[in-house]
Design a protein around this ligand. Sequence first.
Ligand SMILES: Nc1ncnc2c1ncn2[C@@H]1O[C@H](COP(=O)(O)OP(=O)(O)O)[C@@H](O)[C@H]1O
Ligand SMILES: [Mg+2]
Length: 290
Amino acid sequence: MGASPLQNCAHDPQIASRQRPGHPTRGQPARTVHLIVAIANQKGGVGKTTTAVNLAAALAMRRRNVLLIDLDPQANSSISFLDHTAIGRSTYDAIADANTSLRDIILPASLPNLSIAPAKIGLAKLEARLVGEMDAHFRLKDKIDQLQGEFAHIVIDCPPALGLLTVNALVASTHLLIPIQSSYFALEGTDDLLETIEKVRQRPNPSLRILGVVITMHDKRTALARDIREQIQKVFGSKVFRTVITKSVRLEESPAYKESIFTFAPDSTGATDYYSLCEEVIERAEARTA
Ligand SMILES: Nc1ncnc2c1ncn2[C@@H]1O[C@H](COP(=O)(O)OP(=O)(O)O)[C@@H](O)[C@H]1O
Ligand SMILES: [Mg+2]
């Protein structure tokens, strides 16, 4: 691989973002786009958490305050940055309890400008707890509204299901990003996801935009992966991001070190891919608000 755009900046992502040629944080950002982006796909293991963690980190490197909200009871994105023992109250409390705000549960991540609203396994009980509540689908949105723009961007990591938690994320979000794994069964289940998105758009959140579909764990050496990419492009057309996330062992390793890919392996293809995805995300979001 050639020189990464992130080379020489392993230990200071903020400096990294200032030094990168053409990077929007040199001077003032051209426009201020406020993203609340849900990372959703009801299939497990497609790269939701890896995308949420590294997109949130990339956005934070642009020197804007970023909040990563973990809505998966498995808490993978929380423990990608935090130790289990550091997590007290969680997104369960913020959503279930009227008197707990997101501010009460938010913890700082090891990266400047990045905070986390962590999850715990107890979040799995939320659905049962909210049965019959009139505002069950709006709980997260209401709590995000209370933050009054304190965070420039919010990234929400969804669980592998289309239940109440994912619907709460879709209702609260301005944008949706769908990771699709480069695999033979890539498109299985996407109809159900699109149906849920349409239902959310019809009533609770008509302004929800599909920012795009990102192909993850792609191995460009294989003919199968190329076929799958074509298939995905046939179905989603221009919604598919130009950036494809290639398979990278470094991306698998970084959570164990409680780091994003940008500090753990800044020269890896994983860092280059997620950096470029972040640029495209901002580009697309800005194009829509222009
Ligand atoms: N681009 C990638 N290359 C290699 N491994 C990856 C990549 N993206 C994700 N993984 C690994 O695949 C597994 C599932 O990814 P994850 O992001 O947890 O998916 P999800 O949140 O959709 O369940 C994890 O072990 C993760 O480290
Ligand atoms: Mg996950």
